[in-house]
Each structure stands twice: as structure tokens, then as C-alpha cells.
Design a protein around this ligand. Structure first.
Ligand code: MG
Length: 167
């Protein structure tokens, strides 16, 4: 059984993951608006991935006989400076989530919530992958700058992301 402190913190992280999902969906909509269909598809898959993260914590709370308490999801950004800037913002968002996961892990450690620690280990590792994926794309946009042919190529590459890889 999870104590109330851990339950509240996991419920808060469910909200953080849902916000992250909502934010990626808004980024996807912006990319569609700018006719970058590949980037839009990448962001939409990422949104689904964040939803899956929320549901992982949701299922964990239920498995531990905890209570899921959903709260309002904040409005995400709607406008961005450019397509490359969308990915810069995505990387910044992942850094924020990494800090949230680290804080939750530290709390679970302090509260001796061992099952939660094991569950959260997956999230600690996932954040390493999430930051790397976003950073790699930001780096590619920095390299190609305004070259239209290279931008089209990168959009095609982003569009090739497989929806089934959304963990
Ligand atoms: Mg996540």
C-alpha cells in the first residue's frame, strides 16, 4: 500500500505526463499548420507516448490499491517561432520532465516506497532516451539551417517514425 504522500506525488506526475502529451499534440498541430507533415506525425506519436507514460503510472496506482485523482490539464503553447523552435521547446520540456521524475524518485526513496522505486526506474531510463531523441533532432535542424532541400529531407525522416515504437 502506498502512503498518501507518494499517491499525491504520482497523481501529480500523471497530470505532468498528460500535460506533456497535450503539449506535444499542440506542437503537432502547429507543424501541420506550417505544412511540415513529417514533423507533425513525429509529434503526434510523441503525444501518444506521453499518454502511455501517464497510463503506466495510472495502472501502477491501481495495482498498488491507490486512488487515481485526475486534475485539470494546463493549456499548452499554441504558437512557436519556427519548426526548429518547436523541437527546442520539446527538448526543454523533456528536461523539465526529467527533473520531475528525479524529484519523484527521490521522494519514493525517502518514503521507502520500494515498489514505486522499481516502477520509476523505468522512467529515469526513459528520460535519458527522450532527451537524447529531442537533442539529436535539434542538432540536425541547427546543421541544416534554412536549406529548403535539407529541411524537406529531415521532414521526411521525421515522418518515417514508426507509431508502434511509442512506449
Ligand atoms: Mg513522459
Amino acid at each position: 500500500m502506498l502512503n498518501q504522500i507518494i499517491q499525491d506525488a504520482i497523481n501529480e506526475q500523471i497530470n505532468n505526463e498528460l500535460y506533456s502529451s497535450y503539449s506535444y499534440l499542440s506542437m503537432s498541430a502547429y507543424c501541420e499548420h506550417k505544412q511540415f507533415a513529417g514533423a507533425a506525425s513525429w509529434m503526434r506519436i510523441q503525444s501518444q507516448e506521453e499518454y502511455n507514460h501517464a497510463m503506466r503510472l495510472y495502472d501502477f496506482l491501481i495495482a498498488r490499491n491507490g486512488r487515481v485523482e485526475l486534475s485539470p490539464i494546463a493549456q499548452p503553447a499554441i504558437d512557436f517561432d519556427s519548426i526548429p523552435n518547436v523541437f527546442v521547446q520539446a527538448l526543454e520540456q523533456e528536461k523539465v520532465v526529467t527533473n520531475q521524475i528525479d524529484a519523484l524518485y527521490e521522494l519514493a526513496f525517502k518514503e521507502k516506497a520500494f515498489a514505486a522505486l522499481v516502477e520509476l526506474e523505468w522512467f529515469v531510463q526513459e528520460q535519458v532516451d527522450e532527451e537524447k531523441a529531442a537533442r539529436d533532432i535539434v542538432h540536425k535542424f541547427e546543421m541544416i539551417k534554412e536549406d529548403p532541400a535539407a529541411l524537406l529531407d529531415l521532414d521526411r525522416e521525421l515522418g518515417a517514425r514508426d507509431a508502434s515504437d511509442a512506449e
